[in-house]
Design a protein around this ligand. Structure first.
Ligand SMILES: [Zn+2]
Length: 354
């Protein structure tokens, strides 16, 4: 950075000073964000923003400390604070500082902006912006199973297929942002989301809309694959221990009577068969490797009618007691699975809930 003579006729300009931005270009006033009564020039790249020292210092301790250390450089008569960010990133950050983040969107299209502001809010320790942004991100990357189920329900199309990807940012982007911003609470749900992809797809990375390929770090890829194995084993254990050869409830409406009692058992056999058929079968959505959904879907399947074979097919369904007993079991198993996510993906996190 070089300080030269300034022959500007601007009435705010201090004589004999001229600021050169990186690359040797003379610093220019940013066309978008400036206040005539601003008493600080933040210089990012070749552009500077005229802003207010009091507001900046109030929200950011690191910037407040930097303001106390300013040199004698002047732009339009204001002291100059140099930052390493690009003008575009600084514009988004300063706009958020003045206007808040209520206009930001947390979908795929809005995510790049959220990522920029969250990264800088973290770097400059602007707590209220960071808290607001994390609250917005946690709607889709939640800490509770109830919120996860709401997210998944919102992502279903009219045929019941889960299609979160076009509307939500890719989990690789979310994991990398959470690492950068020190927000581990976003990681378990993002890792779980990504674990529904094939390992080869996860390792290949994600091509961003900006044509950049985003990867997980080698360490996070290993955590993902290990967590995926844990989740898969959990489901296998559930199938063996709770589903295969399951007997009707002790409170079965049919008691010991045949063939009613037999229909409850046959219903369990039918949903077991359906589950095994669906697991890891490639499909047009990401639920082929989604234990949370698989167990949830068993409950739904059990409420359907099944058809016996033979020359005279008849409809049958498990009795209400058998269905209710299984519903309670499945809910508990899903909550247990959710509780284990941080452990399976090796994420240290406080206050993980279910
Ligand atoms: Zn029954």
């Amino acid at each position: 950075m070089e300080v030269c003579h300034d022959f500007s006729t601007n009435r705010h300009a201090r004589k004999n000073s001229k600021i050169w931005a990186n690359g040797g270009h003379r610093a220019k006033r940013h066309p978008t964000l400036n206040f005539e009564d601003g008493n600080l020039a933040i210089l990012a790249g070749e552009f500077y923003f005229l802003v207010h020292q009091g507001l900046i210092s109030r929200h950011s301790a690191p910037l407040a400390a930097a303001i106390l250390e300013l040199s004698t450089d002047r732009l339009e008569g204001r002291p100059v604070l140099r930052v390493s960010e690009s003008p575009e990133d600084m514009l988004h950050f300063l706009t958020a500082l003045y206007d808040g983040v209520s206009s930001l969107r947390y979908d795929n299209a809005g995510f790049p902006l959220v990522a920029i502001v969250l990264t800088l809010a973290t770097k400059y320790d602007v707590k209220h912006l960071r808290n607001d942004l994390l609250r917005g991100l946690r709607v889709s990357w939640p800490v509770s199973l109830i919120q996860w189920d709401e997210r998944e329900a919102a992502a279903e199309d009219s045929d019941g297929h889960c299609i979160p990807r076009p509307s939500l940012p890719h989990p690789i982007m979310v994991i990398n942002l959470a690492r950068l911003a020190g927000a581990p609470e976003l990681l378990p749900s993002a890792f779980y989301d990504l674990s529904r992809c094939s390992p080869s797809d996860s390792a290949a990375g994600y091509m961003c809309p900006t044509s950049q390929l985003a990867f997980l770090s080698a360490e996070d890829l290993m955590k993902l694959l290990r967590g995926r194995e844990h989740a898969s084993r959990f489901l296998s254990t559930f199938i063996v221990n709770e589903l295969e050869g399951r007997h009707p409830s002790a409170l079965c409406a049919f008691g010991a009577r045949e063939p009613g009692r037999r229909s409850c058992q046959a219903a369990f056999e039918a949903i077991t068969f359906e589950l095994l058929r669906n697991i890891n079968v490639s499909s047009d959505d990401i639920r082929g490797a989604d234990p949370l959904y698989a167990i949830y879907d068993l409950e739904a399947m059990l409420n359907r009618n099944f058809v016996t074979g033979g020359d005279h097919p008849t409809l049958y369904q498990a009795c209400e007691s058998c269905r209710e007993e299984f519903r309670v079991l499945a809910e508990g198993v899903r909550e247990d699975l959710w509780r284990h996510l941080p452990q399976w993906f090796d994420i240290e996190i406080a206050n993980w809930s279910s």
